[in-house]
Design a protein around this ligand. Structure first.
Ligand code: MOS
Length: 743
């Protein structure tokens, strides 16, 4: 097998050829690449939100007079003077209707928009706006509210076999797992610049993971046709899901630009990134899992509740992973939402599965100790190549290879079978592992391929690249398919005017857009062969299947001396170039005979200090089973990003609410803890790197989600192995391990 491996010292990293550099890397690190908030347009005005200081209630009055009189202020838009938004009235806008009425639904909700001639003047006027409220009782306490079943909504149940069958197993565990709300916090703030180019035509620079989806949202919200809305997101500085829908900044900037008849820039502040662009909802899970003496699962019962807002439903697929990753005849699940007086959550890296896998992979670990069985052996015992939920075979599954590699590389043989029994240098040492899984989709996408007179190839698709390296991997797919130098290929994305592509989400971009690029290139090669037969005399008597395209030439397979350079061939053709637009579809009937997933398996070695409970992650091995790896370097970066996110989830991240006021109290990078660089250990990244030929023509599946999914459980399991203390409430802290807080 042709695996890809990056060892912890990165020695392989330097062996990669230059062609694997990010094609946009130089532009990004030199500042040449522009992000939404960096554009400046002539006569542009600057907008800032004034936000509510209550969690729920009615605004009795907003006094805007002082703000309006403040230097440079052009307008203060609020419910009393908010322009009519057709989509608000027709409920075409899904989210909170910003500036629309006098209702407050969550603390920090925008209640007014100040527009001024400079950002400084806009900011200076914020404190001059005075709002009077009539507060109402509110509820932000998830832990308390979830215990009242009457407050839950949208309950969905699933059952195969017998409910609660696990209780009949000779060995079973039942436990509850909880995760606080977590925030995406991409480097780049959400931002919108809107300008109307006519009465019914608007252009936006917007931080979005989906230029096409934002285009259609704006069109529906403002009663415009899609073609009259252009959304540009050429570079996106991270997203993790927060950019998968439009938030208050979008309609606010669009309406202000229309009202003032000039471009308006609205950039959220870092604190507003905690309240206005979604979050991973807080969750509670209960898992029961039982096995026979050999370790075979008898039944799995998985219940979950996650938070949503009062004004919108946001569902998480928390329990789904329990239905299909392992063989079990008896599985029952139940999921409900709990509405709270908070803003609406949204998908965040590994949405649903990241939460559910923490529960399931912890529970399996707990069961392994009760069975006195190795946790990898227990997973192997319940390994299945057929998805037990839909009964379809997995298009490919190589978790066994991941186990073999991970076990060896982390030093699993040193793992103590009795928790808390191994010490190194005075620290308690533990080893843990856990799996991740996420659906591997393939959707429709359209790609324009333009092969120019000079032999350079430009491909275009409206998809975005929020950072994983889509521009690089698409360029590589095209260069590989055409067998031409990567420097001569350019992939343009991030503009809704380009041919339609998907939003970048759900780990689907490489599969979906990559398949379309591959199809465009094979069509292009066919066109070149046809042109050669038609216009190049040396090929006149040949059939197209006797020709091949490589090294910027068309050649006869049987006699490579019969050849013509593509640039020369184009000169012979009437159009002198090839310009075509190719649409690829979702999965074919053949591909739909399988169920497709990407898999990961994470290995962690931790040290816990026996005196104060300090947790250090000493070593990480992370393995991915995601088909062919298109761009090893960016793929490695994705996996490391998942490890960092997973360490944050396991040890540091927690959105904290003050339930007296309903306010988030750690809405800053100073107070909301993401892992420090020093907390990230040497990370060994390994990929199976085997094309999943049943999945799509390129054999590649996504890795964005599986990089994170399961990781927090690997850490929890390692901490248990080190200490004998099972933490079922993230993040793991010394206090939860029974140590007094440090002073
Ligand atoms: Mo991801 S949560 O699909 O951006």
């Amino acid at each position: 097998m042709n695996n890809i491996h990056f060892d912890e010292n990165n020695t392989n990293y330097f062996k990669l050829d230059f062609a694997d550099e990010r094609v946009d890397g130089a532009d990004k690190v030199t500042g040449k690449a522009k992000y939404t908030a960096e554009y400046n347009l002539p006569n542009m005005a600057y907008a800032v939100f004034v936000t509510s200081t209550i969690a729920k209630g009615t605004i009795k009055n907003i006094d805007t007079a002082k703000a309006m009189a403040s230097p440079g202020v052009l307008d203060v838009i609020y419910y009393a003077n908010c322009p009519s938004v057709p989509g608000y009235i027709k409920n075409e806008w899904r989210g909170h209707k910003v500036l629309y009425d006098n209702q407050v639904k969550f603390f920090g909700q925008p209640i007014a928009l100040i527009v001024a001639d400079s950002l400084e003047n806009a900011n200076a006027a914020i404190r001059l706006v005075r709002a009077e409220y009539e507060s109402q009782a509110f509820e932000t306490n998830f832990d308390l509210a979830r215990k009242d079943a009457s407050k839950l909504k949208g309950t969905v149940v699933y059952k195969r076999g017998t409910e609660n069958k696990f209780k009949e197993a000779p060995v079973f565990i039942e436990a509850e797992y909880t995760i606080p709300a977590e925030v995406h916090l991409p480097m780049e703030m959400h931002a919108t610049i809107a300008f109307w180019e006519g009465e019914d035509k608007v252009t936006l620079y917007d931080k979005t993971q989906g230029p096409k989806s934002t285009q259609s949202t704006v069109a529906r919200t403002f009663g415009l046709s899609d073609k009259n809305v252009r959304v540009i997101a050429e570079n996106v500085g991270g997203g993790f899901g927060s950019g998968l829908r439009s938030w208050a900044n979008v309609p606010a900037a669009v309406m202000a630009s229309k009202k003032l008849n000039r471009p308006v820039k609205l950039v959220l502040t870092r604190p507003q990134m905690f309240t206005l662009v979604g979050y991973r909802p807080q969750s509670w899970q209960k898992i029961g899992i039982g096995a026979d003496a050999s370790g075979r699962f008898v039944g799995i019962t998985h219940e979950a509740i996650s938070g949503t807002s009062r004004y919108e439903d946001f569902r998480e697929g928390i329990v789904n992973v329990s239905k299909f990753l392992y063989a079990s005849d008896n599985v029952d699940t139940k999921y409900s939402m709990l509405p709270l007086d908070m803003s609406t959550p949204v998908w965040m890296r590994g949405p649903g599965e990241a939460t559910g896998s923490y529960g399931l992979e912890s529970a399996i670990d707990e069961l392994s100790y009760k069975l006195k069985m190795d946790p990898i052996a227990l997973r192997l015992k319940n390994f299945t190549t057929v998805n037990p939920e839909n009964k379809l075979p997995f298009s490919d599954i190589n978790l066994k290879d991941c186990y073999a590699y991970g076990k060896d590389k982390i030093g699993w043989k040193n793992r103590p079978t009795v928790p808390g029994s191994l010490k190194e240098n005075g620290w308690l040492i533990g080893y843990g592992m856990a799996n991740g899984v996420f659906g591997a989709g393939k959707g429709a996408a359209t790609v324009r391929a333009l092969l120019n007179q000079d032999g350079k190839l430009t491909l275009e698709c409206a998809v975005s690249d929020m950072g994983p390296g889509t521009t690089t991997s698409m360029t590589k797919i095209a260069a590989t398919a055409m067998q031409m130098p990567i420097e001569k290929v350019k992939f343009k994305l991030g503009d809704s005017d380009l041919p339609p592509g998907p939003s970048q989400g759900g780990s689907g971009t490489t599969s979906t857009v990559g398949s379309a690029v591959d199809l465009a290139c094979s069509t292009l090669k066919q066109n070149l062969k046809d042109l050669a037969i038609k216009y190049a005399p040396a090929f006149a008597s040949l059939k197209s299947d006797a020709l091949e395209v490589k090294n910027e030439m068309v050649l006869a397979v049987a006699d490579p001396t019969i050849k013509i350079a593509i640039v020369d061939l184009l000169q012979l053709s009437p159009d002198k170039k090839i310009d075509m637009t190719i649409a690829s579809s979702g999965k074919t009937a053949e591909q739909l005979k399988f169920t497709s997933n990407s898999f990961s398996s994470h290995y962690v070695k931790v040290a816990v200090h026996p005196k104060d409970g300090t947790i250090k992650i000493l070593q990480v091995v992370t393995t991915g089973d995601a088909g062919k790896i298109i761009s090893p370097k960016t793929a490695r970066s994705q996996m490391i990003g998942g490890v960092v996110g997973g360490i944050g989830m396991a040890l540091t991240e927690q959105l904290e609410m003050d339930h007296q006021s309903g306010q988030i109290i750690n809405a800053s990078f100073g107070a909301y803890k993401v892992p420090l660089h020093s907390q990230i250990p040497p990370t060994d990244v390994w990929f199976v790197d085997k094309p999943d030929v049943n999945m799509n023509s390129i054999g590649a599946k996504g890795i964005g989600e599986i990089a994170l999914i399961g990781f927090a459980a690997a850490v929890t399991n390692a901490v248990y192995n080190a200490t004998g203390k099972r933490v079922r409430d993230l993040p793991i802290t010394p206090a939860k391990l029974g140590f007094k807080a440090k002073v």
